[in-house]
Design a protein around this ligand. Structure first.
Ligand code: DGL
Length: 271
């Protein structure tokens, strides 16, 4: 078995798994959520890198040839080092891909004002990765990043639909449009945030596009596999789906069902 591995600090990567699997149901998938150590968004560069590397090694050990970091924080803080420093020593034929580049690529065709906003964790915003990736592709686009540390907690604690969540969502939207009223496209640069979409749409100014990443990441992965047939042939296709978590499986199973709309049975692991 050689499943596609998808990693996140917690449940957020399930929004990525979901859209990838909708597009390519034939592959086998193995999801790993480091729920016991989530959130990553407020952790240091070194810690996010160490935790992410442990997760990647585990997914490799489980037979994954290809691992997607379905987490912006890990993509921002650990991806480059793992690709350049660790992968050659572990197994140069395997691949680890992030989700920031495919998201940055999509923005050029969506914004007309060339003013774009990013909502993400403090770690992702501080890393400046979105600004750098967008500047490489579209140097004319002006980017405003707003860190929303409370949003992940709302989602992880199943409070996305509670009345209290309105306050935190509206607060950050106001902050963004006060900083730059010309923004006409907003990227949800954290895989947890699509769960808050209903509330985000309630407070976002009319005419502004809100962009969850899943669809762009899924299309980009499909394109990658078309271009890298060597990797594509190494992936198995039985349509299976397995879940690993560092927390208690019962808790994972209950919360994951909210993200996926179907029951799951996770296995607990220690990283
Ligand atoms: N879902 C992760 C992301 O996309 C962050 C959640 C966390 O803070 O652990 O950045």
């Amino acid at each position: 078995m050689s499943p596609i591995g998808i990693f996140d600090s917690g449940y957020g990567g399930l929004t990525i798994l979901r859209t990838i699997r909708q597009l390519m149901p034939e592959y086998d998938y193995l999801y790993l959520g480091d729920n016991a150590r989530a959130p990553y968004g407020t952790r240091s560069f070194e810690v996010v890198y160490e935790f992410t590397l442990q997760a990647v090694r585990r997914l490799f050990h489980e037979g994954c040839q290809l691992v997607i970091l379905g987490c912006n924080t890990a993509s921002a803080k650990a991806l480059r080092t793992i690709q350049q420093h660790d992968l050659p020593g572990i197994d140069a034929t395997r691949r680890v891909l992030g989700i920031i580049r495919p998201t940055a690529e999509c923005i050029g065709t969506i914004t007309h004002t060339r003013h774009v906003g990013i909502f993400a964790t403090s770690g992702t915003i501080r890393s400046n990765t979105y600004n750098l990736e967008i500047a490489k592709i579209y140097p004319d686009i002006h980017v405003t990043g707003i860190a929303c540390p409370m949003w992940v907690s709302l989602v992880e604690n199943a409070e996305s639909h509670s009345p209290g969540a309105d306050y935190f969502v509206q607060q950050k939207i106001d902050e963004m449009f006060t900083a730059d009223p010309l923004i006409d496209a907003v990227i949800l640069g954290c895989t947890h945030y699509p769960l808050l979409l209903e509330k985000i749409n309630r407070y976002i100014p009319a005419g502004v596009s809100v962009i969850p990443q899943g669809e762009y990441v899924a299309n980009s992965l499909q394109d990658y596999l078309h271009r890298h047939t060597g990797m594509e042939h190494r992936l198995t296709r039985n349509g299976t789906l397995r879940f690993l978590t560092t927390e208690q499986p019962d808790q994972f199973n209950e919360n994951a069902a909210v993200f996926l709309d179907y029951p799951v049975q996770a296995t607990r692991i220690i990283l």
